[in-house]
Unconditional design. Structure first.
Length: 138
């Protein structure tokens, strides 16, 4: 694997942490993915992120304009992966979307703090790492 070629799926909780707390461990992990690898998303994971970030509970932390800008920037740096192979293995059906991006996008790594995903590591040969585990590598 050449430098900068690692293909990584990051779950939405870590992406939201990047927006709200850029210097948090998940926030730094997202920055590392964007700076040195390839961030993979799907239409479904992006739609879920937009839905979650539109919730009023985030109003006190970040403006709706900043949330929209975050989504726009994410759309510029991420690779949109078409999902043709559907996955139904996770206890939480919403987490299957992350696995689908990984499998369909030929991911090298999944970054997530979600226990429902972490227990599946490695998933079809793809390691599932916590944000701190991802930062600790290399």
């Amino acid at each position: 694997m050449k430098a900068g070629s690692e293909r990584v799926v990051v779950d939405n909780n870590a992406l939201i942490s990047r927006l709200l707390l850029p210097e948090s461990v998940p926030g730094r992990a997202v920055r590392k993915v964007v700076d040195s690898g390839r961030l993979l998303v799907s239409e479904a994971t992006l739609a879920e992120l937009v839905d979650v970030l539109s919730r009023p509970k985030f109003d006190r932390y970040v403006t709706i304009e900043d949330r929209r800008e975050f989504i726009r920037l994410l759309g510029r740096v991420a690779e949109l992966v078409p999902v043709t192979y559907v996955v139904h293995v996770c206890r939480d059906p919403d987490d299957n979307r992350v696995l689908e991006v990984a499998v369909n996008g030929d991911a090298d790594t999944i970054v997530s703090g979600d226990r429902d995903l972490l227990v599946l590591s490695p998933f079809q040969g793809i390691p599932v790492l916590t944000p701190s585990g991802y930062l600790a590598r290399k």
